[in-house]
Design a protein around this ligand. Structure first.
Ligand code: NAP
Length: 450
């Protein structure tokens, strides 16, 4: 089974890039008799696609994601600075694809303010259906309407499509100003659980009848004393939710030839949620990955040629990613820890304007890639902000589709542009002798260097 190590998107190459790509998901039956999915491998020659004709990405019954030469990909431009960053990112994504004989048929779908103005709805059903139907999509930032009880559109999309992994790779790009001395040591990929934990939305307001009833029940049934003027939140962390997240992280590590997977948790305090997450991670490693990975306690920290699965308490982790970043590689963690960790790490490598993200269900094949920053309304329409986050989310999407060469080209050209000190305002203010350019000019400079 060691053939899985290093196999996959990062190492695969398509000899004929005019050919469509098929991502083959190998089903592996383990000794525990559990069937698990999904090691993705890109192979040329997708099923049933005709180069030059826009087609949907599809999932076949045998668990294969079929990417045609010209996939139709829905996009949400985004509110606020979405009007600036999306066209810039699209320019670069199109140029990189074209260089390798590919193209994307972009299909605009509406969400946020633009949708509300045109349809009276913040997240029209047609948009959700487009993402469901086309499997893979990308989005700019969306305003979370304040008041009126409308939940975050981002959270809604994640929940409706059950996008259980929030994928946040964090690495430094040559030339990007950073507050730390060795940003080049940061190269981590965070797998944040996206559907459970205190983000499940199970909350009762202080003073409500429901909160009072629950407080009473907790006292009567368990003898728990909760102050009557408390708001209550529920933190569900399931074996199913934890294991599918950790499975995706270990499979990613296998595919990308990574060294370790760290389970980040707060299990010393929250034993049956965070502690259970850790225990299920080690259990899964033994049950399903014993040929390619090994838990710390099962090898005394000496994994041989296998991937080391270890764990770390969340608060210590936030220190150590700063002081000893090279000890972390792939990270699998619960929702709230992952939220804090992703943004703290993003700051180490240049911050919010350049951090990419993807929300993925590796079993159904659905993925929505997104800018991780907000709409920055004060800069909207000024052609000023950094398009790096949505552009690099597009890179992540290309990698997911098996378009590794186009993805690599964008990263190289972006690095070259930044190292020549051609940057948007956010980096310019941190760099000596920078040439500050507009959003659109930054994109053009990247395209020139592709
Ligand atoms: P924000 O829009 O992320 O902006 C905060 C600050 O981050 C900006 O003032 C700017 O800093 C910097 N920034 C953001 N985007 C940047 C870019 N592309 N390039 C360079 N710098 C950038 O956060 P917010 O002001 O808290 O939120 C505004 C709205 O966005 C809210 O409605 C919120 O709900 C929504 N939001 C959406 C998402 C999402 O869709 N994924 C995520 C977060 C927030 P400087 O002022 O220092 O230049």
């Amino acid at each position: 089974m060691s053939t899985r190590v290093g196999v996959g998107l990062a190492s695969s190459s398509c000899d004929s890039l005019e050919e469509p790509t098929t991502l083959v998901r190998h089903r592996v039956v383990r000794s525990s008799a559990r069937v698990r999915s999904s090691v993705w491998e890109s192979v040329p020659g997708g099923v049933g696609s005709i180069p030059g004709m826009a087609e949907k990405i599809t999932m076949t019954s045998d668990g294969t994601l079929n990417v045609p030469a010209e996939p139709i990909i829905p996009f949400i431009e985004g509110d606020g600075t979405g009007v600036d960053i999306w066209p810039a990112a699209k320019l670069v994504l199109d140029a990189a694809a074209a260089k390798h004989g590919r193209s994307v048929a972009w299909k605009e779908v509406l969400a946020g303010e633009k949708a509300f103005k045109e349809t009276g709805e913040w997240l029209p059903d047609a948009t959700v259906e487009a993402f469901r139907d086309h499997l893979i999509g990308i989005k700019g930032p969306l305003t979370t309407p304040v008041g009126g009880g409308i939940r975050s559109l981002n959270v809604a999309l994640r929940q409706i499509l059950d996008l259980y992994v929030c994928l946040r790779p964090v690495r430094w790009f040559q030339g990007v100003p950073s507050p730390v001395r060795h940003p080049e040591k940061v190269d981590m990929v965070i797998f944040r659980e996206n559907t459970e934990d205190v983000y499940a939305g199970l909350e009762l307001q202080e003073g409500s009848v429901e909160a009072a009833r629950l407080i009473e029940h907790l006292r009567d049934a368990y003898g728990w004393q909760v102050r009557p003027d408390s708001g209550i939140g529920i933190k569900p962390v399931s074996e199913t939710g934890s294991k599918r997240l950790i499975r995706a992280a270990i499979e990613y590590a296998v595919r990308r030839g990574r060294r370790s997977v760290t389970l980040v948790h707060k299990g010393n305090i929250q034993k049956f949620t965070e502690g259970a997450f850790r225990n299920w991670g080690y259990e899964l490693t033994r049950e399903e990955f014993s040929d390619v990975a090994v838990g710390w306690d099962d090898c005394g920290g000496e994994p041989g040629g296998k991937i080391l699965v270890k764990d770390a308490i969340a608060d210590i982790t936030l220190q150590q990613v700063l002081t000893r970043p090279d000890e972390f590689d792939v990270i699998a963690t619960t929702n709230l820890n992952g939220d804090y960790l992703s943004d703290a790490l993003a700051a180490q490598v240049g911050g919010i304007g350049i951090a990419p993200g993807g929300n993925i269900n590796y079993v159904t094949g659905h993925g929505v890639f997104e800018a991780t920053h907000g709409t920055a309304p004060k800069y909207a329409g000024q052609d000023k902000v950094n398009p790096g986050s949505v552009l690099l989310s597009g890179v992540l999407m290309y990698e997911h589709l098996g378009w590794q060469e186009a993805a690599d080209d964008i990263v190289r050209a972006l690095e070259q542009t930044i190292s020549e000190k051609i940057v948007t305002y956010d980096f310019a203010r941190l760099m000596e002798g920078a040439k500050e350019v507009r959003t659109s000019e930054f994109a053009e400079a990247i395209v020139e260097r592709l």
